[in-house]
Design a protein around this ligand. Structure first.
Ligand code: FES
Ligand code: FE2
Length: 399
């Protein structure tokens, strides 16, 4: 048997909270009561990422996001003054949605029920038959604002009208690590989404450890992040920033590229392991044999950054055992046909990998719901799983 000092260890470079080493309880993944606490204590108290500023380049551009866990729909709109504002997508007359398309460009919003009109900054501009309303003060009936702020092009909203902690302070060291990553230089190349019968934490947990790669991804990237030196896919380094965490995925130096991977890297950059493209914010601990970083912004947003690409995940709870998920993939500009091929390679390889990831979730959720399992033994390889639940429990137990 391997002696402990000969094992591959994750280098942890920031202060670790005391998370223990015991098995994790199943209850938080299946309890409807716990889910209600998560809604109140986590999702109504955290900054939540909802869009990127490139989605709203011009005055009047808007997007609508359904946030089921908050039981609301949020309308983000760029005003004539260039400011992106967030509103509940709710007409203040009798509650119809003021924007009924998912995105578009508008001079203002006209409610489709009785025709009340709102300006891009939310003000109630007019209402048919105003003289028949007794003492109605238009100033009181503007769209209800949602606290909105932006970091590095990512737009976040907060349920509380005046959040006690600002966005930058909330993101803390996690934002500092990525402050200089050139997000604005990337183009959106693909979006994938799914609705799955699994708790949001079951969903997230399949995406921030590499222990599963050699099994789940044996048909797509079988030898990418495990090898002789690190046989089970331990992260090479990890950082904890309060509720957020960041892990660097080890790459197997003896990885055998497929013919299409070789071709992609000949002309451009691909998600498949390949050359290092030096960008600020990557591989913060300068780990040897580095593939990419999984950055998890509590509670439900991932920014995975790599050489020449990054992708994001938003995991949204619907109920205790149902969630939605959206992945957005971004890559540096492709100018030549070869670079475009490399970009297509990233899209298609990630599509196949993500199909594999989605395959385990409903089995695991059903098993937990059956009551067969009461605890989940979690290893050092799954440190992010432990930290996520540790943080969830800490927030849920707050007054
Ligand atoms: S509900 Fe919007 S105008 Fe009546
Ligand atoms: Fe995976």
């Amino acid at each position: 048997m391997t002696k402990p000092d000969e094992k591959f260890h994750t280098q942890i470079t920031t202060q670790m909270p005391d998370m223990g080493t015991g098995p994790l309880p199943v209850e938080p993944y299946i309890s409807a009561e716990f889910f209600e606490k998560e809604r109140e204590k986590i999702f109504r108290r955290a900054w939540l990422e909802v869009a990127r500023t490139e989605e709203l380049p011009n005055a009047g551009d808007y997007v609508v996001r359904q946030i089921e866990v908050l039981k609301t729909s949020v309308l983000l709109v760029r005003g004539k003054d260039g400011v992106v504002r967030g509103f509940h997508n709710v007409c203040t007359h009798r509650g119809m949605a003021v924007a009924i398309c998912d995105k578009g460009n508008a001079q203002g919003f006209i409610c489709n029920f009785h025709g009340w009109t709102f300006d891009l900054d939310g003000r109630l501009k007019g209402l048919p038959g105003e003289e028949y309303f007794a003492n109605l003060d238009r100033a009181e009936y503007g769209l209800r604002p949602v606290a909105t702020d932006t970091w590095n092009g990512f737009i976040f909203v907060h349920w509380e009208p005046e959040p006690k902690v600002g966005l930058r302070e909330f993101l803390g060291g996690m934002a500092t690590q990525l402050d200089d990553y050139p997000f604005a230089r990337f183009n959106h190349i693909a979006r994938y989404s799914a609705r799955v019968k699994a708790n949001w934490k079951t969903f997230i947990d399949a995406f921030h450890e590499a222990y599963h790669v050699m099994m789940v991804h044996r048909h797509t990237v079988p030898d990418a992040c495990a090898g002789q030196e690190n046989p089970y896919g331990l992260l090479s380094s990890a950082r904890i920033y309060g509720p957020h965490h960041s892990g660097s995925v080890w790459v197997n130096p003896n990885h055998t590229p497929t013919p299409s991977e070789t071709l992609a890297w000949k002309y451009g950059m691909s998600f498949a392991p390949g050359d290092m493209v030096d960008l600020p914010g990557l591989n913060p601990d300068k780990s040897a044999n580095w593939w990419f970083d999984i950055n998890v912004l509590f509670p439900n947003f991932f920014i995975d950054v790599g050489p020449g690409w990054y992708f994001t995940y938003n995991f949204w709870p619907v109920s205790v055992d149902e969630s939605t998920w959206e992945m957005n993939i971004y890559q540096l500009d492709a100018e030549t046909a070869g670079q475009k091929f490399a970009q297509e390679h990233t899209k298609v390889l990630l599509r196949d990998i993500l199909y594999e990831d989605l395959s385990t979730l409903e089995f695991a959720q059903k098993a937990m719901g059956s009551g067969v399992l009461k605890h989940l033994p979690v290893s050092e390889m799954e440190i992010a799983v432990r930290h996520q639940l540790h943080t969830v429990q800490e927030w849920v137990n707050r007054p």
